[in-house]
Design a binder for this molecule. Structure first.
Ligand code: FAD
Ligand code: DHB
Length: 390
């Protein structure tokens, strides 16, 4: 079998790239090792930047997102028992974010892909990219007891941080940068109304807490926990009690509790692999970089990578120019590092670190005080939070 682009991974980056290519008449096949239900069962990001929203539109997959997504014009930073609102809309000349879950975005992209008839192979075993350093790459996988081979022009490695694409690159050709944070996030989903109509990021002596949502009747809450925290030790009651302790009183009083239907722990780390292109193999999204979730950049960075790669592929097929593909890695990494910086900064400012000195604590307090009293500092947060342009 032959196609123009093999996409490894059916997460947001693979699906978004697939839709854009299909609508531009560029043939592509998506291979994922997981089942469709497994992929749709993953609860992850919830905040979309305007650039991501625009790409969903360009991929002709945005109808439900526009109908059901919640536009947010501000976020709150809570510390010292008070809320300090960052006016995203006012500080960025009218930009906002859209609250729409990654699960829903994935469902929409999968549904639209099915209507185009483009091919997706779920539960593909041993997916392996071959010969991407030459001009005749191909990908093999096993399914139904036989081995399949797809010849192609390009391979897009959209297979997340534990995928096969980055690992297929010889170690000496790749440089990695990593920072591991000494905590994780314990998150729950519950069908209860959110404490506040806007997101609340809380810095409290007991640790960070985040009040987010999926709709006005479904809340997503996170609390900072230790890296080796045991999920089974956190029944719902313990979670709600701890969340309330970390919020200012006026929010804590308004927390509506109920049974959680999802509960998980995510470790926090920053990671970047450079470069993001290896001749005919391109790394996209989490396959190339991970950010801690503070600031909600992971999914949005995957979308900007897709934008740069899509532009490069379009130029290659329509204009017979490789300029966009040649520039892919540098263009993507320039935006990636700025989001890595922002996520690291938000994480450092909002969490309690186990080994914090009195000096570090004072600096954190000064940072929050500065941010909430300086329009220039608040603008810097706002323009990063709504997403740097791409
Ligand atoms: P993924 O979504 O990881 O998709 C990769 C796909 O590749 C998967 O479907 C996988 O099954 C497939 N795959 C993997 N290996 C192979 C293989 N060998 N062969 C074939 N297919 C393979 N971001 C935020 O902005 N906010 C958040 O709150 C947030 N929370 C997160 C919580 C967790 C636990 C994790 C892991 C991530 C979170 N993120 C969050 C990050 C965000 O979800 C990711 O940045 C986003 O999913 C990246 O999309 P992607 O398509 O690049 O990768
Ligand atoms: C969500 C996750 C984030 O990391 C964040 O910064 C904001 C919201 C969420 O899952 O809703």
């Amino acid at each position: 079998m032959r196609t123009q682009v093999v996409i490894i991974g059916s997460g947001p980056s693979g699906l978004l790239l697939g839709q854009l290519l299909t609508h531009a008449g560029i043939d592509n096949v998506i291979l994922d090792r997981a089942s469709k239900d497994h992929i749709l069962g993953r609860v992850r990001a919830g905040v979309l930047e305007e650039g991501t929203v625009r790409l969903m539109d360009e991929a002709r997959s945005g109808a439900r997102m526009y109908a059901e997504g919640l536009p947010h014009d501000g976020v709150s930073l809570a510390f010292d028992g008070r809320d300090h609102r960052i006016d995203l809309f006012g500080l960025t000349d009218g930009k906002r974010v859209l609250i729409y879950g990654q699960t829903e975005l994935t469902r929409d992209l999968m549904g639209c892909r099915e209507t185009t008839g483009a091919s997706t192979v779920y539960e593909a075993v041993n997916v392996t990219p071959h010969d991407f350093d030459g001009d005749a790459p191909y990908v093999t996988y096993e399914k139904g007891g036989s081995t399949h081979r797809i010849e192609c022009d390009f391979i897009a490695g959209c297979d997340g941080s534990h995928g096969v694409s980055r690992r297929a690159v010889p170690e000496k050709a790749i440089r990695t940068f990593e920072k591991v944070y000494p905590f994780g996030w314990l998150g729950i989903l519950a069908d209860v109304p959110p404490v506040s109509p806007e997101l609340v990021y809380a810095n409290h002596p007991r640790g960070f807490a985040l009040c987010s949502m999926r709709s006005m009747s479904r809340s997503r809450y996170y609390i900072q926990c230790s890296r080796d925290e045991k999920l089974e030790e956190w029944d719902d009651q313990r979670f709600w009690d701890e969340l309330r302790r970390r919020l200012p009183a006026h929010h804590a009083e308004r927390v509506v509790t109920g049974p959680s239907f999802e509960k998980s722990i995510a470790p926090l780390r920053s990671f970047v692999a450079e470069p993001m292109r290896f001749h005919r193999l391109f790394l996209v999204g989490d396959a190339a970089h991970i950010v801690p979730p503070t600031g909600a950049k992971g999914l949005n960075l995957a979308a900007s990578d897709v934008h740069y790669l899509y532009e490069g592929l379009l130029e290659h097929y329509e204009d017979r120019s490789n300029a966009g593909l040649d520039a892919y890695s540098a263009r993507a990494l320039s935006r990636v590092w700025k989001a890595v910086r922002f996520s690291w900064w938000m994480t450092t400012m909002m969490h309690r670190f186990p080994d914090t000195s009195d000096f570090d604590q004072k600096i954190q307090e000064a940072e929050l005080d500065y941010l909430t009293h300086s329009r220039a500092a608040a603008t810097a947060l706002a323009e990063n939070y709504v997403g740097l342009p791409f």
